[in-house]
Design a binder for this molecule. Sequence first.
Ligand code: PMP
Length: 402
Amino acid sequence: MIQESLLEKIRSFTTPDELKSAGIYPYFRAIEKNNDTEVMIGGKRVLMFGSNSYMGLTNHPEVLKAAKDAIDQYGSSCSGSRFLNGTSNLHVELEEALAKHIGKEAALTFTTGFQTNLGAVSAITGRNGVIILDELDHASIIEGSRLSFSKVLKYAHNNMQDLEQKLSTVPLETIKMIVVDGIFSMEGDICKLPDIVKLAKKYQALVMVDDAHSLGVLGKLGKGTADHFGLTDEVDLIVGTFSKSLASLGGYVAGSKEMINYLKHTARPMIFSASTPPSATASALAALRIIQREPERLEKLWSNTAYMVNALQELGFEMGASETPIIPIYIRDNFLTFKFTQRLFEEGVFVNPVVSPAVKSDSSLIRMSIMATHTKEQLDTALEKLQMVANELGLARHVSVA
Ligand code: PMP
C-alpha cells in the first residue's frame, strides 16, 4: 500500500511540469539521427554543442565497423558479469591497450564510468579509512565514497590550503585516499595535481584521479591529467569512461597490477553487473587506436577550443575558470538558464543547462562542449546565435557587446 505521505512527496514534485508548461523543459530531448556535430531532433537539424564526444569519433567508419564486426563474432550481449561468463578477449585486449596508453601496469573495465567510481572508490579504504574529496567531484565519486563506509571529508574546490587542513586532521597511520576529477565536468577547470601529489606524499594518502573528461583531451596523445603534469607514476589510480572521447559506453580503472588484482575481486558494481557488450568494447578499442594514430585530432580540439573561448570572451560572456573544451557560460539564474537553452535550441544550437542542485543556484550555467570535428562555420553559427539570444533575453550584464 502506498502511504499518503509518500504520495504527497511524489505529487508535490512539480518542477518538471512547471518547466513544460513554460515551454522550457530541456531534458530527454530525443535525438532521431546523430551525425556527430549535427543531430536531428523533432525533424530539425541542430548543431550539437552538448556532447562529450570530444574527439568526434561516434560516426567514424572504423569505430562503426569494429562494433559491427564484434556483433558478428560475439553476438549482441555478453549476458553476464566480467567475473563469470561476461569477459571476452575484447575486454582483455582493451584493458591491456588502456593500461599501456595511460602508463600503468594494469587496467580493469566496468560497464560505465559511474559504476567504475562506485566500485573503485568504495573498495579500497574500508570502514576505518578516510576519503577526501574536492567539493565539486562528480556524483559517481560521491556515491562511491558513501558506499565505502569510510569517513568522507570534502575540501573547497581546488583549494589546496583547505585540502592540507583536512589531511592534517587525519592520523598519519590511517588509510586515506584523495579522489579528484582531472577536469571538472561542469566548470572545465583542471585539478591542481602537482600540489595534490605533494600533499598526498606528506600525509601518506593514495591519489585517485577521474579522467572521464581528460582521456583524449589532456596530455600527450590524450593520455590524461597525470601525463599532462608528468605525474603518472605519482598517481595511484586513474579512472575514466568510454562514453566521452572513446565514443562508446563503459569505464575503466588503471593502476598497479596488485591494486587492479584486488579491485578485480572486490569491486561489487563490476562483479554483480553485466559487462559492456561486444559492440561497445570493440568501438572503445577502435577509438583508442585512432586517438593514438591521429594526434591532429587533439590539435584540432584545442584550436577549436581556443577559437571559441577567445570569441566568447570578446562577446563578454562570463566563463569562470575553464581551461578546457568544457566551456561554462554563467547565467546565474535558473529560469534564464532554461530560457537561454530553449531559445538556442529553437535557433538550432543544442547546449546543456546546469542549474541547482547540480550547481549552487547563483552559479547556474550553460555548458558548451567543443569537439575536434566542429567546423569553423559551426563554431561561428553558434557564436552568432549565442550573442543574438543573450541580447534578446536582456542578458546585458553578461554580454557587453550589443
Ligand atoms: N566521472 C565524471 C567526472 C563524469 O563526468 C562522468 C559522466 N558525466 C562519469 C564519471 C560517469 O561516466 P559514464 O557516463 O561512463 O557513467
